[in-house]
Design a protein. Sequence first.
Length: 258
Amino acid sequence: MNCHETHALLHAYLDGELDMVSDVALAHHLDQCPACAQAYQSQQALRAALRTSALAFPPPAHLQRRIRSAVRRASRTDTHAGVWAWPWLRVGAALAAGVLLMWSVESLWSGPAPEDLLTREVIAGHTRALMATHLTDVTSSDQHTVKPWFEGKLPFAPPVQDWAAQGFPLVGGRLDYLGDRPVAALVYQRQQHIINLFLWPATPDEAPGETRRTRHGYNLIHGTTADMTYWVVSNLNMRELHEFVSLVQQPVLPSRTP
Ligand SMILES: [Zn+2]
């Protein structure tokens, strides 16, 4: 089995859906191939992170309010309508609440847009790094140490800069796996806040511009530079996080000889 086949079958392998022969062949390939083993471990860690309570969230407040007020409305009608109507109204209210709940859950979970999926992966990557004490593979505030560390580990050279002078010191870097591709994760700090900057080469079809979002207490900014796609995630406030992104967007200066 080659790397291409392994990648195609990795999810099925993790789900235990492969036949015995493919299962053994894939396990054998993972033993032999560090790149695929890394992808396998990332997928496994991602699944574990998605299962933890840190990423689970309660139903949105507006949904709870709507169900409550639907039930209240029904019970008000109940007292006016008299004793004959009440069982049907109760059933009606329960059905309405059920339909509302199903609709809301469906709109939350059915077929999230690829970008939403990526948002979840970015947050999972960030929390996984924070939880698993695996923040960095290479720990250094020196861009001349971190940048060469990626050589040969990724099919591209991520721009690495230290912004200590601007209040965002470089902590280090690590490999991560997002949206079915290996990516560079650069770790920065702002006071006690950790910032993960994920980078990979931009594709020509990517729309320019920047999106900001807040999910589960994390702020995320996503955009493209001249040649890189970036995702920035942190619990730092949006204003300072955007200050950081403006540094990311600056063209990389030719590096000094150390
Ligand atoms: Zn391989």
